[in-house]
Ligand binder design. Structure first.
Ligand SMILES: [Zn+2]
Ligand SMILES: [Zn+2]
Length: 285
């Protein structure tokens, strides 16, 4: 009998969703138990909660909070405790039913956050420490209200350069198990800058990112949330997925980026095949 804790996501035995928010995240709905029930219904064998944890002092945003029992509290390490306990309790409850429940975090990256991240990792024993990049120079590019300010500041070349630089810097720290939704910048920037954005991301941004991922051993996820945002493929795009797989970067995680229980495991049937290290590239590029 293998030691279950030594295994990674149990993709061979079933599917695992390694990127889920719950109502501890201010932009999500549904309790941890509701997500676990949804995961069981979908036939998943594992779910990893990755609530948002934003502490950027420069963004001046309202995101530096966690919701605990309906109340917003600042993101200081003490305030993460109820979430950690809730996830561990859920594992005790759902493991006998066939669902492993893991503790993760989507840590909002900004330059200079390393010390804060290290302190948090020392305090809590995360199973999955996910890096989420949602802002550049303190300007959020991933919500409808904020992105115009961010894009007003950068040409498409500058935006790609800055984005790649930040992802590479985050990966190079070696603090993260995985970079969340690589090329998430496409969410609004694709419509704003057009095809040129994708071309520059691939040709100019990706080499720098690849080098940092390979050197640090940081992996990627296939984030199926892109499908719910009008894209025909994932974060990252199929073209990038194929390129990183050929370069030897691991993509061992599937993440729905669910912000509601009904989004758990979204479109994993197709994504599973693409994520497999044994699969051939899905599309010609
Ligand atoms: Zn994110
Ligand atoms: Zn997320």
């Amino acid at each position: 009998m293998p030691d279950l804790d030594m295994l990674g996501p149990l993709q061979t035995a079933g599917l695992a969703d390694y990127h889920c928010h719950c109502d501890y995240s201010i932009d999500a709905v549904g309790s941890i138990d509701e997500y676990c029930q949804a995961a069981l219904k979908k036939g998943l064998v594992e779910i990893c909660f990755t609530t948002h944890w934003d502490t950027s002092p420069i963004s001046g945003s309202n995101d530096n909070v966690i919701r605990i029992k309906g109340k917003l509290k600042p993101t200081i390490p003490d305030n993460l405790e109820p979430y950690v306990e809730d996830v561990r309790r859920a594992n005790e409850k759902f493991f006998p039913l066939g669902l492993r429940v893991k503790l993760g975090l989507e840590y909002g990256w900004y330059p200079g956050c390393e010390e804060t991240a290290i302190a948090l990792k020392e305090r809590y024993d995360f199973d999955h420490f996910l890096c989420g990049l949602h802002e550049l120079d303190g300007l959020c590019f991933s919500c409808k209200e904020c992105y115009p300010r961010c894009f007003a500041k950068y040409s498409v070349e500058e935006l790609v350069e800055k984005y790649a630089e930040e992802i590479a810097a985050a990966a190079s720290t070696g603090l993260f198990d995985c970079i969340a939704h690589l090329d998430y910048i496409r969410k609004y920037a694709h419509a704003h800058y057009g095809e040129e954005l994708d071309r520059l991301l691939f040709e100019r941004g990706l080499p720098q990112i690849l080098e940092a991922l390979l050197t640090s051993g940081t992996s990627l996820e296939i984030n199926t949330g892109a499908l719910r945002r009008g894209f025909s493929d994932y974060f990252p795009s199929m073209k990038i997925i194929n390129a990183v797989k050929r370069a030897g970067v691991m993509i061992p995680f599937l993440g729905s980026d669910a912000h509601a229980p009904n989004e758990v495991g979204h479109d994993f049937d197709a994504a599973e095949i693409i994520a497999s290290p044994w699969s051939e590239a899905w599309s010609q590029d």
